[in-house]
Each structure stands twice: as structure tokens, then as C-alpha cells.
Design a protein around this ligand. Structure first.
Ligand SMILES: Cc1ncc(COP(=O)(O)O)c(C=O)c1O
Length: 406
């Protein structure tokens, strides 16, 4: 039977929406429950994408829904000219659970990074030092606003929008020598993703991160971690920096923080945060009562005693299963990642996009990130049984590809 609902949505989209997403994946979801999404025909899909690392608690989570609905009935929005209860509480909870001392809320990852960039520049401005340049890495992704695009180390995203804002220098990832060579009297910060997400789940080496901290300390440079994708339990720790025994001066959050309600955060050490003065920065929507109530509910769940223990157990199982597939299929080049931020890189004989489409057809949502890498960033409540189902489907898919190649 023809799916009229889906066709209608597709037609509307193709007629009226800015064509920024090209031909989208051929499904329109209606609702979700736990880690399962349902399309307009009622077909179910196990979700290993979680809205790209956003739906931390899956769909229709009772605690998250309760917090959102109760806030909806009270107050959706009020201006940042006033004190906002859930905003203050959320800031407090983030600080209690992190190396940061002060928080600012925006609405997205890009906005959070914009805030971090401004804060780093303001820090030196307030010290009367002409240091504004930020070193970032190639293959990084920091957002789509002009400054975060300039920070993003991928020419393909920048080219059509040149000239880029100045003040960003890109160096190869995991190359400490390159960072050392790029540092000048103008350098105010080094900004990295502890695991490059959009770039294809590429992990920073622990020695690299430690060396970055050391250089920053020696040279008085700020270390910024973009934890927009890695934050809020995604890697098995509340924040990815905890894996390395290194604390950034500023870190940013977004995606998983609101569990599906848009919110971003800049978190900074007191000495850095002090640089921001009244009037320096602000937002209409950022940190509004609704977004902060949602994020508060998410953070309270993720910081419960056994939550991350369970995530790590599930993640260990997932990684083990993916590694078995790597051993079995020669065109699986690599399996990598931390916690529930995992990637499977396929070699040039296989199209990641085709695997994504075929798995979607079979009722599994994954996506393909940089370097032909299947990216798995499911809700953190994913169960081992669900993982087993995905692995079976993936194994069949890879076996079919092997057959078609022989
Ligand atoms: C590490 C990182 N930083 C920043 C962003 C931008 O976030 P947003 O799309 O919410 O602006 C993303 C989005 O994928 C990201 O993965």
C-alpha cells in the first residue's frame, strides 16, 4: 500500500524546505518508544543514531517527559533579564559534576562553541593581551555558524562561504609537533574534540591530550574541549575529558544535554569565566525554563549511581561484537570509539551510505560519518538484545556484500 503520509511530507519538504539536506533518508518517523522509532506506516526501527547523539534517554522517557510537561504547564519561556529556577539548578548540577565553575546556556552546539571562542578571546582582551588565534585540528567539526565553520578543519564546509572569519589555524589531529609549530604570540586557545565525531569517530591519543594540557599550561594558552558530541555520558564517562586525567579550561556541550530539547552549554573555570562581564554575551532563548528543565531531568538520570556503569557494560558488549565482525570481514578496516560512540570504518570496496540505506530498509537506523565510517551513537539506554539484533543484521549485510564481490 502506498504510504500517503510519507509521500506528502516528502513532497512538501522538497517544494518548500531549503535544500540543505539533499535527498533525505526515505523515512518519516511518527513516534518513538525506548530505543524504537515508528514510521508513518507503523513500521519499527531500532535506533542506533539517537538523532545523532541527542536522544540520550531514548523516546518517551517517563522522567524526561514528566519534567517537560510539568514545565510546559508552568512557564515555557521567560527572558534572561530574570532569574530562572531550572537554569540556575542546571548550572549548579553541571558544575557539581565537572571541572567547571560557571556555565552559560545557548541553543545548539555551534552556539556553545561560539560562546567558548568569544570567552577565550575576551579572557586575553581583559588581560590587555593581543591574543586571539585559536588552533583547531583538521577533520574536526565545530558547527555551521561563521566562526565555528572557520574553526572546523574541513575545507569542503568552508569553501562556499569564504572569506572565513580570521583567527583560526588548523593542524593535523593527534600531532603534537604540529601544535607546537603553530603556536605564536597570538595564540589564545587550542580547541579539540576528544573524539572527532562527524570526522569519523577518530579518538585523540591520551598522550596527545596530556601533551596539549602541558603546552597550554607552559604557554598560558586556554584548552577548550568541544564535548558537544562526547559529553553527557556518551563515552562512558559524564564528560570525555575524564578519560585522560586532564581538565580543560573551557568545554562545550549540546546534543545529549537536552535529550531532544535544544540546548547548548559553555562551561568554564572561574578564572576564565570571570572575563565575561555584563553585556559581553547573551541570548534570547538560551537557557530558557523549558530547555533547562529537560536538561535537568536528563542530567539527573545520567548521574544516577548505576547509569554509567550500565552504559559501560553495554558499550563493552557492543564493541566486542563489532570487533568480531571486523575479524570476519576483510573490508571492515577498523572498529573504534569509546562508550556508546562507536564507529566501523569500511574500506573503499564498500559504500557506507548503501549499508545505511539497506539497514534502514531492515529496520535499523545508523549513519555514515567521515572516512566511510558507520557511526553508532544510540540512546544510552540501549539494551544488549537490541545490539544483538543490529549485529545480526549487519553481519547479514556484510555477508551479502562479500557474496556480491566474489
Ligand atoms: C563536536 C561537535 N561540535 C559542534 C557541533 C555543532 O552542533 P550543532 O549542530 O548543534 O550546532 C557538532 C554537531 O554535529 C559536533 O559534533
Amino acid at each position: 500500500m502506498e504510504n500517503l503520509d510519507y509521500k506528502f511530507v516528502q513532497e512538501l519538504d522538497e517544494k518548500y524546505y531549503l535544500n540543505t539536506y539533499g535527498t533525505r533518508l526515505p523515512v518519516s518517523f511518527e513516534y518513538g518508544e525506548g530505543c524504537t522509532l515508528y514510521d508513518s506506516e507503523g513500521k519499527s526501527y531500532l535506533d542506533f543514531l539517537g538523532g545523532i547523539a541527542v536522544n540520550t534517554l531514548g523516546y518517551n522517557h517517563p522522567a524526561l517527559n514528566k519534567a517537560i510537561l510539568s514545565q510546559v504547564n508552568k512557564l515555557l519561556h521567560c527572558s534572561n533579564h530574570f532569574y530562572i529556577k531550572s537554569q540556575a539548578q542546571l548550572a549548579g548540577l553541571l558544575v557539581e559534576n565537572s571541572c567547571g565553575d560557571r556555565v552559560f546556556f545557548g541553543n545548539s552546539g555551534a552556539e556553545a562553541n561560539e560562546g567558548a571562542i568569544k570567552l577565550a578571546r575576551k579572557y586575553y582582551y581583559s588581560k590587555h593581551q593581543y591574543r586571539y588565534e585559536i588552533i583547531t585540528t583538521l577533520n574536526s567539526f565545530h558547527g555551521r555558524t561563521m566562526a565555528t565553520l572557520a574553526a572546523t578543519g574541513q575545507e569542503k564546509y568552508q569553501k562556499p562561504f569564504e572569506p572565513m572569519p580570521t583567527g583560526f589555524v588548523h593542524v593535523p589531529f593527534n600531532d603534537i609537533e604540529a601544535v607546537v609549530n603553530a603556536i605564536s604570540y597570538k595564540t589564545c586557545a587550542i580547541m579539540i574534540e576528544p573524539i572527532q565525531g562527524e570526522g569519523g569517530i577518530i579518538e585523540a591519543n591520551p598522550e596527545y591530550i596530556k601533551a596539549l594540557r602541558k603546552i597550554c599550561d607552559e604557554k598560558g594558552i586556554l584548552l577548550i574541549f568541544d564535548e558537544v558530541q562526547t559529553g553527557i555520558g556518551r563515552t562512558g564517562k559524564l564528560f570525555a575529558y575524564e578519560h585522560y586525567g586532564v581538565e580543560p579550561d573551557i568545554f562545550t556541550l549540546a546534543k545529549g544535554l537536552g535529550g531532544g530539547i535544544p540546548i547548548g552549554a559553555v562551561v568554564a573555570r572561574e578564572s576564565v569565566a570571570q572575563a565575561m562581564e555584563p553585556g559581553d554575551h547573551g541570548t534570547t532563548f538560551g537557557g530558557n525554563p523549558l530547555a533547562c528543565s529537560a536538561a535537568l531531568a536528563v542530567l539527573m538520570e545520567v548521574t544516577k549511581a548505576s547509569f554509567l556503569e550500565k552504559v559501560n557494560d553495554t558499550a563493552g558488549f557492543f564493541m566486542g561484537q563489532l570487533l568480531k565482525l571486523k575479524d570476519k570481514f576483510p573490508f571492515v578496516k577498523d572498529v573504534r570509539g569509546k562508550g556508546l560512540m562507536l564507529g566501523m570504518e569500511l574500506d573503499e570496496r564498500v559504500s557506507g551510505r548503501e549499508v545505511v540505506l539497506s539497514l534502514l530498509e531492515k529496520g535499523f537506523v545508523v549513519n555514515c560519518a567521515g572516512h566511510n565510517t558507520l557511526r553508532f551513537v544510540p540512546p544510552l539506554i540501549i539494551q544488549k538484545e537490541d545490539i544483538q539484533k543490529l549485529i545480526k543484521a549487519l553481519e547479514n549485510e556484510l555477508a551479502d556484500i562479500t557474496k556480491s564481490h566474489s
